[in-house]
Design a protein around this ligand. Structure first.
Ligand SMILES: NC(=O)c1ccc[n+]([C@@H]2O[C@H](COP(=O)([O-])OP(=O)(O)OC[C@H]3O[C@@H](n4cnc5c(N)ncnc54)[C@H](OP(=O)(O)O)[C@@H]3O)[C@@H](O)[C@H]2O)c1
Length: 386
């Protein structure tokens, strides 16, 4: 098997790269990577393996220097004789930002970039499988508090909280426009949070929303809404296994499903237990997010009910040297709170049926293994570039 992988330096791609590199059936993994030179690209790849002391075989892992933003990318890939025998493409690269200011970049990377890869892939005679890493959240924001199945998406009528999920939906449609059905494999992870092995996650910033909740303690969210989160090691296991089994479907959720979902309350209990010197979490509902923003600006009327939680407000003021930074924090938190509010659970019966895999652990069961990494996250940086 010869694989072409995008997004190898990311949370998911890095884990998948290391796993696939250990498979004897895999002869080569060409990694599309942004770098100034081949040497620089190789160094970036080496770094991925060094994180957990995995063996880096430079005869098997080969950098292909390129950028999804480059207009010449399709031609570059078509003209590269190295790639003539690629059998499997895994497209994991994306811009995953929820921030409105990044909308243009998100569209350029996730729609424009994918199109460039597809224009190369569609004329690649050796290609058997194009695995597209989508997202379960393409179902949109109108689906609330229930189990969602794969066949409900892509749905053109879905409305989206952020541009990102729209671009991922469009991505699945582009796949169908360019490739025959039998070459398409779509995986849709739910929310990827941390690593259940207790090792350093490849991208700790992915835990930013939890780290922020843990630090604030006064949480403007619904404590009971289902949260479908999975650890990155589970996601990479499923993706890898799917490449080697007889598949009965073209699209798979990689999710916690009905039985292994968690909730903000269940996660908060774990945090309260481990950080017991802080005030216990207090949930005040999503409607308190705007009052919190106003309070951070010093503009909240003094008779507002938020002041019933004066002890928490004092604590927040003490913990954040500059309260104006809180505005940035709350702005970053906004879309996460909206997503969490939806209470979506994503059916995982397809992966269980086809892989016989043990379902993922619920978030509140494994999250304690990530706590030391949560503490290291720079909340402000994460809010600006989550
Ligand atoms: N994280 C989640 O919770 C989650 C949930 C569901 C689905 N997904 C999907 O899973 C996939 C991987 O996500 P992730 O969390 O691993 O993302 P990530 O950690 O942000 O990694 C993104 C990767 O894409 C690469 N990339 C971005 N723009 C690029 C460009 N212009 N040219 C070339 N490479 C580019 C990045 O390369 P650089 O290192 O050079 O920036 C990086 O390797 C995405 O498709 C995402 O939609 C993620």
């Amino acid at each position: 098997m010869e694989i072409f992988l995008t997004g190898a330096t990311g949370l998911v791609g890095g884990e998948v790269l290391v796993k696939l590199s250990k498979k004897s059936e895999v002869n080569k993994i060409f990694c599309l990577i942004r770098a100034a030179s081949v040497e620089d690209g190789r160094n970036r790849l080496q770094h991925i393996f060094a994180l957990h002391n995995d063996e880096f075989d430079e005869t098997k892992i080969i950098p292909v220097i390129g950028d999804l933003f480059d207009d010449g990318l399709t031609t570059q890939l078509k003209q590269s004789p190295l790639l003539n025998n690629v059998t499997t493409i895994i497209h994991s690269a994306a811009n995953t930002s929820f921030a409105k200011v990044k909308d243009d970049l998100v569209e350029k990377a996730n729609i424009g970039g994918l199109t460039k890869i597809l224009l190369w892939a569609k004329q690649l005679n050796s290609l058997n499988t194009f695995m597209y890493v989508g997202t379960a959240t393409i179902c949109g924001k109108d689906v609330k508090h229930r189990l969602v199945t794969e066949d409900e998406s892509p749905n053109n009528n879905a409305t989206h909280l952020v541009k990102y999920t729209y671009t991922k939906l469009r991505g699945e449609q582009l796949l169908k426009e360019h490739l025959p059905e039998d070459k398409i494999l779509v995986v849709r992870p739910s929310i990827i949070m941390g690593d259940s092995r207790g090792i350093e996650p490849r991208s700790p910033v992915i835990l930013w929303a939890l780290a922020t909740m843990n630090k604030l303690r006064l949480v403007p969210a619904n404590p009971y809404a289902s949260l479908d989160m999975v650890p990155v090691d589970f996601v990479a296991d499923v993706m890898t296994q799917l490449l080697f089994v007889k598949r009965n479907y073209r699209v798979y959720h990689i999710s916690a499903g009905n039985d292994a979902c968690t909730s903000a309350l269940q996660l908060a209990k774990v945090f309260d237990h481990h950080f017991d010197d802080l005030l216990p979490h207090q949930f005040v509902g999503k409607e308190m997010l705007n009052p919190l923003k106003l309070w951070a600006k010093g503009k909240l009327p003094s008779n507002h009910e938020l002041f019933e939680h004066q002890d928490y407000l004092d604590y927040i003021e003490e913990s954040f040297e500059d309260v104006t930074n809180l505005r940035i924090l709350f702005a970053g938190l906004d879309p996460y709170i909206e997503f969490a509010e939806l209470g979506q659970r994503f059916d995982n019966s397809r992966i269980i049926e086809d892989l016989g895999i043990t379902p993922s652990l619920p978030g509140h069961v494994y999250i304690h293994k990530c706590l030391k990494y949560i503490e290291r996250i720079n909340l402000l940086e994460g809010a600006i570039d989550p």
